[in-house]
Structures are given as structure tokens and as C-alpha cells.
Design a protein around this ligand. Structure first.
Ligand code: FES
Ligand SMILES: [Fe+2]
Length: 398
């Protein structure tokens, strides 16, 4: 057994090397415990500050795993705050939701419950109650504002924590992970596209499918032929979070059209570029073959950065075997038609690759649910999956 083939196990022996149980992927009881011990307790990334540019702009995000929907709204003082989307009168949603994410705004920065017309401001205060005099002495507007949800930001990302009293601040929760990515110009790369779908699988099946490069030669033989190396580099575990570098195959030759598109807008991940915007902790050895940083911001966000590109995958549990998957991809806004075309090409390439990834998930879930196999065997370059399983276990059994 040489040092190189088991290098991550040697670096992180505390994770062990044994098989991983499939039970946490298929058990409804385990999922209930994950909801209580993880999604009701930790900071969850729910968007970007620049989604709410104006006073009164709001976004409602459904968080099924935290048993609520959260209104995120920019108030007159310019601050963004979060509240449960629940009316103090008879419990209707204050903002009528049209799906997993509902966007809207009001110049007056108020929100009106459509059931009986109670009006709240963006600080969460109850401002107006039709026929207020008919309520009784025990009722006061002051005590019946919206229920606040803890909100904080990092690098323009919005995080909420639905616990009444979070066990950590966002800065404590992110820890070293924040230092690793601090300084990347997320806001300058704000031209994005999004794909999302519901997948009939556990959220960890979806996470795992994106948390290794072992599958690239097989699953992505169509979209990224001979582009990426199947091993990982610079694996770093940081509390519940984890990161690594995905590298290019030496001498990689992208398809001709990908090569042209990448030369025009650098939007397709397929060739090596300079490193002018990457923070110092990323690719510390300045490897020539570095393609992108693949990180997991616990519990359900994968954040990737590269020169001129960043993208995320998020896995929102809906049930033990149903997940909302969201993929978002950002580059610099194009200034020419050829750059616009190159970004369209990147969109198509990512759509194809993500379809290839998501296509495995429901099959994995069905096969796991058969219990024909009750364990998974992970190789050394699947360490992010192993770390994920260990961290989830620690939270659930805490
Ligand atoms: S439930 Fe909101 S005003 Fe009645
Ligand atoms: Fe993939």
C-alpha cells in the first residue's frame, strides 16, 4: 500500500476507512432527526444580498426541512431582516407563496396578509389591523409583529438560522471556511443562470453525487470528455465544512467548440487560466492543472470557485426521499455578442453535465431502498462523502 493511494486517509485517519451505512439515506426516522438536529439548528445559505437591491424587496424561501418558510426583506433602514412567513392573526402566510422561492416588493416596504388585511412593515412590526377596535383588551399590535428569524451575511451570501437561540454565530459556524474563500469577487461575477428540479432521492444522495470526481470519466464522458482528473487535490476539512481542488487532465483537449467558447468568455471550466482573482488559500501550490475549488458548506450547499466563475449546488430536503436541487452558475456579464454566445455555450454544457449528474440520483435511491446492499464502499478520493457522513452522524447523535 503506497502513501499516495491512501493519502487522504493518512491525513484524516479519524474518519476511518470502513464502509458507510445506507440507512441514513433511506430511513424516515433518521430524516426526522436530521431536521431537528441539523436543519432546525444550523445556519442555512438562502441567497445573495443583491437579490434584494431596493427597500421593500423581499424573497420568501421555503425551508421544508426546518418546517417553515422565511421572508427575507430589505427595510427602510437598508438592512435585510428575516421573519417566519406566518400571520399573527390566524396563522395564514403573510406573503402568498407561489413556489419554493417567491419574489416581490413594495415601495412602502410593507407586507399585507391577504386573508384579513393585517399590514406589517419590513422591521416586522404590525402596523394596521382592520376593525382593530373589535379585538379585546388582551390584544396589542406591539406584541403581534412577525416572528423574527436570525439572519446574517458573509461575502454577500444571506444565511438564516431558525433556532430561537442559535448555538453559534454565523462567523463561528463558518470558521476557517470563511477565511478560505474571503476576497473572491462574488459580486463582480453576477451574470448568472439557474437550473432546478425535484429529485426523488435523499438530500445526501444528491450531495454525494457532486462531491467527488471519480464519476467524471463515466458519467461525464459526453459533456466533459477527457477534461478533468478523477482524483482530488488539496483536500481540507474545516469543522463540518470541507473543500478540495478538482484538476484538469494533463494535456486535456476540450472539444473544439468548448475551447473557442472558453477563449471568448472563460465561462466553461474546460481550460486552465491564470489566477488573478483566487484567494491565496485556493490552489496554494499554484498547480498548473487547477480547474476549480469544490467545497461543501455544511449542510446543503456546494460552493465552487474558479478564475472568472463561481457556482453552487444546493440540496433542500423535502422528505427523506425527495430533494429540491438548485444549480446556480455565475460569470462576468458579457460585453460582446461573442461573449454572450460563449456563456450560452457554458449554460448548455452545464445543463448537460448536471442532467448527467442528477440522472444517477433516483436510481441510487431506489437501489438503496431495496436494502439489497446496506453499505457503501468509498475509495480514498471519495473522502468528502465520508466526511459528510461522519459530520451528519455527529450532529444527529449529539
Ligand atoms: S390570517 Fe392574516 S390577516 Fe387574518
Ligand atoms: Fe458530475
Amino acid at each position: 500500500m503506497s502513501e499516495t493511494v491512501h493519502r487522504w486517509m493518512e491525513q484524516y485517519p479519524e474518519l476511518g476507512s470502513g464502509p458507510i451505512s445506507t440507512e441514513p439515506y433511506i430511513s424516515p426516522e433518521w430524516y426526522e432527526r436530521e431536521k431537528e438536529k441539523i436543519f432546525h439548528k444550523v445556519w442555512l445559505c438562502v441567497g445573495r444580498e443583491n437579490e434584494l437591491p431596493k427597500v421593500g424587496d423581499y424573497k420568501v424561501k421555503r425551508l421544508a426541512a426546518a418546517d417553515t418558510s422565511v421572508i427575507i426583506v430589505r427595510a427602510k433602514d437598508g438592512k435585510i431582516r428575516a421573519f417566519h412567513n406566518a400571520c399573527a392573526h390566524r396563522g395564514n402566510t403573510v406573503i402568498t407563496e407561489t413556489g419554493e422561492e417567491t419574489y416581490g416588493g413594495s415601495k412602502a416596504a410593507i407586507m399585507t396578509c391577504r386573508f384579513h388585511g393585517w399590514v406589517y412593515d419590513a422591521e416586522g412590526q404590525l402596523k394596521q389591523v382592520p376593525s382593530e377596535q373589535r379585538f379585546y383588551d388582551c390584544f396589542s399590535k406591539e406584541k403581534n409583529g412577525l416572528t423574527p428569524v436570525h439572519l446574517d451575511t458573509w461575502q454577500g451570501f444571506l444565511f438564516v438560522n431558525v433556532a430561537e437561540q442559535p448555538e453559534t454565530t454565523l462567523a463561528e459556524f463558518l470558521g476557517e471556511y470563511a477565511n478560505h474563500f474571503n476576497g473572491f469577487p462574488f459580486d463582480e461575477l453576477d451574470f448568472g443562470f439557474t437550473y432546478y428540479t425535484y429529485v426523488d432521492c435523499n438530500w445526501k444522495v444528491a450531495h454525494d453525487a457532486f462531491a467527488e470526481a471519480y464519476h467524471v470519466d463515466t458519467i461525464h464522458a459526453g459533456s466533459f470528455p477527457n477534461v478533468f482528473s478523477t482524483g482530488l487535490q488539496n483536500v481540507k476539512l474545516m469543522g463540518p465544512h470541507r473543500t478540495c481542488a478538482v484538476c484538469l487532465t494533463l494535456g486535456a483537449k476540450p472539444t473544439p467548440v468548448s475551447g473557442i467558447a472558453n477563449g471568448l468568455a472563460g465561462a466553461s471550466l474546460v481550460s486552465q487560466r491564470g489566477e488573478s482573482m483566487l484567494p491565496p488559500a485556493i490552489n496554494p501550490d499554484k498547480r498548473d492543472d487547477f480547474a476549480f475549488e469544490l467545497s461543501v458548506l455544511f449542510p446543503n450547499t456546494l460552493l465552487h470557485i474558479s478564475e472568472g466563475i463561481w457556482f453552487t449546488h444546493q440540496f433542500w430536503p423535502i422528505a427523506h426521499n425527495k430533494t429540491l436541487w438548485e444549480g446556480r452558475y455565475y460569470v462576468k456579464a458579457p460585453t460582446t455578442h461573442s461573449q454572450r454566445w460563449a456563456i450560452e455555450h457554458a449554460m448548455t454544457l452545464q445543463r448537460n453535465a448536471w442532467l448527467e449528474d442528477t440522472a444517477t440520483m433516483e436510481d441510487t435511491q431506489r437501489a438503496m431502498q431495496s436494502r439489497a446492499k446496506v453499505e457503501q464502499h468509498l475509495q480514498d478520493d471519495e473522502i468528502l462523502i465520508r466526511h459528510g457522513a461522519v459530520v451528519v452522524d455527529q450532529f444527529v447523535n449529539a
